[in-house]
Ligand binder design. Structure first.
Ligand SMILES: [Fe+2]
Length: 248
């Protein structure tokens, strides 16, 4: 390519990726008022309508269960979700809704797991996030135990754990243990940082991604989801045939 050709070569698509090809979003914070996501039922309705307009057919929303910040229980989540479901049906938005949770990997997660009260979806999938600054010591052993018990752990946004950014072997070791990976659409628009975007793209290039999620909290995230539709890596991921979102 000529010098001028390189200057004008865009890393963005001209036409957005059709998100109906993803089908199901399985990571969002849309049960109002119980975590750092949507604050009101009206905000949730608007956000869900926007996901529907992007082409999503189904949403599995996943409130935080993170004892130090959002001490949600299964009962709190189900009660809030039932209200949301009713409001969406009254607003006549023809989208399927389910609820599960995004579990922070902490002591209370391990206790809940031992007592058998985990919220799962699909093939006993469980959405897990890790602490921001240090990987937990018990991670590999707990992953092993979860798999033995028939759970399928999905690691939420692996691209955001900066302690692994300079050693991709950590990601490979989790893949070897049967962990599914879910990247966030806002990572592909550069919302968190260019480094997070780079790692998300690298994980796609290495064929390590099975799920993609919006991690939708509010309108700021919605704008990022909108922008991410022009990512060449998203297009690559969608046409790879590796995504499992539609199986949910
Ligand atoms: Fe999340």
């Amino acid at each position: 390519m000529s010098f001028l050709g390189n200057i004008f070569k865009s890393d963005k698509l001209k036409e957005p990726v059709d998100l109906s090809l993803i089908g199901t979003d399985m990571h969002s914070h849309l049960v109002p008022g119980i975590d750092d996501g949507s604050k009101t039922i009206e905000e949730s309705i608007e956000l869900i309508k926007s996901l529907y307009d992007f082409g999503y057919k189904k949403i599995i929303t996943t409130p935080h269960i993170f004892t130090d910040y959002y001490n949600n229980t299964t009962e709190i989540i189900i009660k809030g979700f039932d209200n949301l479901k009713l409001a969406i049906s009254e607003a006549q938005i023809p989208i399927q809704l389910e609820v599960a949770a995004e579990y922070m990997f902490d002591d209370s997660f391990i206790k809940k797991y031992r007592s058998g009260e985990l919220l799962t979806f699909g093939e006993k999938y469980i959405l897990l996030e890790l602490p921001a600054f240090t990987p937990p010591n018990e991670l590999l052993q707990t992953i092993f135990n979860l798999k033995i018990d028939g759970y399928n752990p999905i690691l939420a946004h692996p691209e955001r754990y900066s302690y692994w950014h300079y050693n991709m072997e950590h990601y490979a070791s989790l893949k070897d243990r049967g962990v599914f990976f879910q990247i966030n659409l806002p990572s592909l628009s550069g919302y968190y940082s260019s480094q997070v975007q780079k790692i998300a793209e690298q994980l796609i290039d290495n064929n390590m991604i099975e799920f993609v999620g919006t991690d939708l909290h509010n309108n700021i995230y919605l704008n990022e989801v909108d922008k991410s539709r022009f990512s060449k890596h998203l297009e690559k991921l969608v046409i790879s045939g590796k995504l499992l979102n539609k199986t949910l």
